[in-house]
Design a binder for this molecule. Structure first.
Ligand code: NI
Length: 398
């Protein structure tokens, strides 16, 4: 994969500053809701630009709003996630994590420093068309942070919101902008099966929860393959199956836990209904009691047309038309940006980071890393986008 980035799209002094922040955050990763030091570091950087920090909305995380010429058309919001993962780092980098078992293995250190880079570029402008809100969001990995911030009103005066993710699947210097579905919804299910325990040699006196559970695991596989339109990507995975205590005892209870992913909100509803129906039917077939609990998670990320057009334009200004591309295939990963995108016109992009000789490990790997020049691309993109989208919000006559 060749890189299409020939020169840095931001001043090298700004680049050096955000690389330094990225490495510092990388050395000091913090798990969801524990991002205190990260919050302080972000506030310190924003403070050095003369920007006021609001840290009152959630236990961790920072929000700042840069003023604009015209505030009557709302605010443009840009969001970065700031948390790390419970993974033990094995990159061997000189700035590897100093916290055993905690690592920035999803590039959120990069997202945070990119948005700080954009803050520096925006703060250096004489005037912005409309106010720009920068959201440094905690707890993306647990799928809780976006929702918590929205409940405090962070989107109340926001007209459009944008975000993005570093992605090793695309070359450095490319920005991936796609209309419509870009991340799947993610929900969890727990199915408990109550049969009747008994002697392993006398199955006729028992109702075997292992057999019912096994049948159910297989029956659940037919939902996506036989009931859902194959044009709409979806997944039902049973990730955990617990049952039984001894080889000579028929298990009375079994518990299946899994994940449901869907790109289309209608399919999400269909999957839930089918899981309930199939589970109940399999229980009835063998006279076992089956209970289904579905724990709703993050909604799908669906990019809206206008913000996506604005994003595509800003991306082309930074990396050139030919390096703005659509997603190559459906992404079934979850992203809690979906909560913002559910409430406001939104666009979520991906920043390519592969470069020759650096085919990086996947996100959530203990050896994950990325090309730091991606930070410059992302910072430049957010900077251009905030101005371009702001100009779009103000009618030509005003
Ligand atoms: Ni991530």
């Amino acid at each position: 994969m060749s890189s299409s980035l020939h020169s840095l799209p931001i001043p090298s002094a700004t680049f050096d500053r955000i690389v330094e922040v990225r490495r510092d955050l990388h050395q000091h990763p913090e798990l969801s809701w524990k991002e205190q030091r990260t919050t302080e570091r972000v506030c310190g950087f924003l403070g050095s630009l003369g920007l006021a920090c609001d840290t009152s909305l959630a236990p961790t995380g920072v929000v700042t709003t840069l003023p604009g010429r015209d505030s009557s058309h709302g605010i443009i919001a840009l969001r970065a996630d700031i948390d790390a993962l419970p993974i033990h780092e094995e990159t061997g980098l000189p700035f590897a994590s100093r916290h055993a078992g905690v690592m920035h293995a999803c590039g959120h250190d990069g997202h945070t420093s990119s948005l700080l880079g954009a803050a520096a570029l925006l703060a250096a402008e004489d005037e912005l068309p409309v106010p720009v809100r920068l959201i440094f969001q905690p707890a993306e990995e647990t799928g809780e942070g976006a929702r918590a911030l929205i409940e405090t009103g962070v989107l109340d005066d926001v007209t459009m919101i944008f975000g993005g993710h570093i992605d090793r699947g695309y070359p450095l210097g490319s920005i991936i902008v796609t209309d419509g579905h870009v991340n799947a919804s993610s929900d969890r299910f727990k199915i408990t099966i109550a049969g009747k325990g008994g002697h392993a040699g006398r199955p006729h006196e028992a109702t075997d929860a292992v057999v019912v559970g096994s049948l159910l695991v297989m029956a659940l596989q037919t939902i996506v393959s036989r009931e859902i339109n194959p044009a709409h990507p979806s997944v039902v995975t049973v990730g955990r199956f617990e049952a039984g205590n001894a080889s000579n005892v028929i298990a009375e209870h079994a518990c299946l836990r899994g994940t449901i992913r869907a790109q289309d909100p209608g399919v999400r509803v269909e999957l839930e209904q089918s899981i309930r129906r199939v589970s109940t039917a399999v229980g009835a077939l063998h006279d076992a009691r089956v209970d289904v609990e579905i724990q709703p998670g993050t909604p799908a990320v669906i990019n809206d047309r206008t913000p996506t057009e604005l994003a595509r334009h800003a991306a082309a200004q930074v990396v050139g038309d030919g390096n703005v591309r659509p997603l190559e295939h459906a992404n079934m990963g979850a992203e809690d940006f979906g909560w913002y995108a559910r409430d406001r016109p939104a666009c979520y992009v991906r920043f390519g980071t592969s470069s020759p000789g650096h085919e990086f490990f996947p996100a959530h790997s203990s050896r994950f890393d990325f090309d730091e020049r991606t930070l410059a691309v992302a910072a430049a993109y957010y900077h251009r986008l905030a101005i371009h989208a702001g100009q779009h919000l103000i009618p030509a006559s005003s």
